[in-house]
Write a protein that binds this ligand. Structure first.
Ligand code: NAP
Length: 497
């Protein structure tokens, strides 16, 4: 029996949509895109907290083949990203493949196809693509008594509009999300207590409205916007290369980035004690740096209090630390996402010979060839894999993976095959290369990262999230990897035209 679908894509965010666009370009028209949320857009559909905005320049944080001349600002607010996702789905006719509110619980390789089980049905497909995101499993902190709090508790990834006017609000966490949210909370709350475990490097954000005349120019002369994209991408690339990937060779650039952030802090916060509390003690780049013009300054407002003592417990009415207790009405959890325990992979994936991907990764190191394919998992593209994230803009990763898919499927078809699998040898060689690069050059092994508490590191202390190469090298690898690295099996059923 032929499988029901050519391919099942799990996730209707930018990653899943990019894969679907590429599969359609390859001629696959019988697609199924399964999405657990009630609409498309991934992160930009789920996250709705006040202050949500992209912190990568919008001309860069978008598909290169689908520029959007209508961004209102250099760093667009969240709802514009959601609208952009809707536009892409419309233009590339993807909605008709999507099923929302469908939670995938498992996928199993059945000799020549995948069987995908959801909370209500079972589907089959020749190919399986998971694009479930890196940051899609919200983390609730394991703090004693948190369930006993009688006020409102809200995680940033499940934001519900609420009037906080006059409320006493506490927020746990000072990551990239909190950096955007805290200045907004301070505008309405009568008192805001920020519980910080690890301070974060904050750089100024050169954010400006894009005047209508410039937007018209972008629409009429797309090459102008392409030039702006190139500039934004180059700056980000420079930051990644100097601050993270080639720390060994360009340590001085990393120091300059730290100096730049310290100067920003110095300008916004005059109180030396407050400044000390807000200054990270780990190297720039160990953890994702953030960009904000008002985060640091917010702590100087009289009703905003920074508490750096460890949270001992939460009770019915407040938060208790070694410094005392604070009564609150609302508790905001800006505590991020669980990548390494629940998200790699986001559901059970069982490959050839009963190999369970989650168990295999945990027992044999997190790994994926070019951050896309895994030995023992034929016809499977895992887009949110170890070593897949390239550069600072997620779109770099997506577009590299689209190139990889194109080259892989073209090679497979030219051999009259319909089944691919990465060879163990090619995978091992790639893993070895990535590990060597991390160990020999990157800030993750040569910088001071021990106190960063960065989700770039897995539970074994290895930095296995980011690809330790330039994005140029990642793009080159995606379009030139030796196709012999894959084994291709003969056609078992008709391949699509
Ligand atoms: P995050 O970076 O993981 O930060 C979580 C925060 O919660 C950290 O400060 C962490 O402290 C704290 N925390 C967690 N558990 C805690 C506990 N039990 N007690 C005390 N504090 C605790 O998560 P995020 O801020 O949601 O950001 C995640 C990622 O989303 C970012 O790195 C970025 O990639 C992305 N993001 C992007 C944008 C954008 O504009 N593109 C905007 C927002 C977010 P420790 O550091 O001590 O663990």
């Amino acid at each position: 029996m032929a499988p029901q679908h050519d391919a099942i894509v799990v996730g209707a965010g930018f990653g899943g949509m990019g894969a679907a666009i590429e599969l359609r370009r390859l001629g696959f028209e019988n697609l199924l895109i399964l999405e657990r949320e009630d609409d498309l857009g991934g992160t930009w559909h789920v996250n709705r907290y006040p202050g949500l905005a992209v912190d990568i320049p919008s001309s860069t944080y978008s598909y290169s083949f689908e520029p959007n001349p209508h961004w209102s600002r250099l760093f667009a607010p969240g709802e514009e990203l959601k609208r952009y996702a809707e536009h892409v789905a419309r233009k590339y006719d993807l909605r008709r493949f999507m099923r929302f509110g469908t939670v995938v619980t498992g996928a199993t390789w059945k000799d020549d196809h995948w069987e995908v089980v959801t909370d209500g049905e079972t589907f089959t497909a020749r190919y399986l693509v998971t694009a479930t995101g890196f940051l899609s499993m919200p983390k609730t902190p394991d703090i004693e008594g948190i369930e006993s709090f009688r006020g409102q508790v809200v995680h940033t990834a499940a934001w519900e509009p609420a009037d906080l006017t006059g409320k006493r609000v506490a927020i746990i966490g000072t990551g990239a999300t909190a950096v955007q949210l805290i200045p907004e909370l301070a505008k309405t709350a009568s008192a805001l207590t920020v519980y910080q475990r690890t301070p974060i490097w904050v750089s100024p954000k050169p954010d400006y409205p894009i005047p209508p005349a410039v937007r018209k120019l972008f629409a009429r002369l797309p090459f102008v916007q392409r030039a702006v994209r190139w500039l934004g991408s180059s700056v980000l690339e420079l930051m990644m290369i100097s601050g993270v990937v080639h720390y060994k060779q360009l340590r001085v650039a990393n120091r300059v980035a730290e100096w730049w952030c310290r100067r920003h802090l110095h300008r916004q916060v005059r109180d030396p004690e407050l400044r000390r509390k807000l200054t990270p003690d780990y190297s720039f780049g160990c953890k994702r740096p953030t960009f904000s013009n008002d985060y640091l300054r917010t702590f100087t407002r009289p009703h905003v209090h920074l508490d750096t003592a460890t949270i001992e417990r939460i009770d019915a009415t407040g938060v208790v630390t070694a410094d005392g207790r604070t009564d609150i009405d609302v508790l905001v959890l800006a505590t991020g996402f669980n990548l390494w325990d629940t998200n790699f992979p986001a559901f059970e994936v069982v490959g050839r010979d009963g190999r369970d991907l989650g168990a295999w990764w945990r027992q044999n190191r997190f790994q994926a060839y070019e951050g896309v394919t895994v030995p023992g998992f034929p016809n499977y593209l895992s887009l949110n894999s170890p070593y897949s994230y390239s550069g600072l803009s997620y779109f770099t990763t997506i577009e590299c993976q689209m190139k990889h898919i194109r080259r892989l499927f073209t090679a497979m078809r030219s051999r009259g095959a319909s089944i691919f699998e990465i060879t163990q040898r090619a995978n091992d060689e790639f893993l070895g290369r990535m590990r060597t690069r991390v160990a020999q050059n990157s800030v993750f092994s040569l910088g001071q990262c021990a106190t960063a508490h960065s989700y770039y590191f897995n539970q074994h202390g290895e930095a296995t999230l980011l690809r330790p190469t330039s994005t140029i090298s990642a793009h080159r690898a995606a379009s030139r990897f030796p196709v012999e690295h894959y084994s291709f099996s003969p056609v078992l059923a008709a391949t699509p035209a």
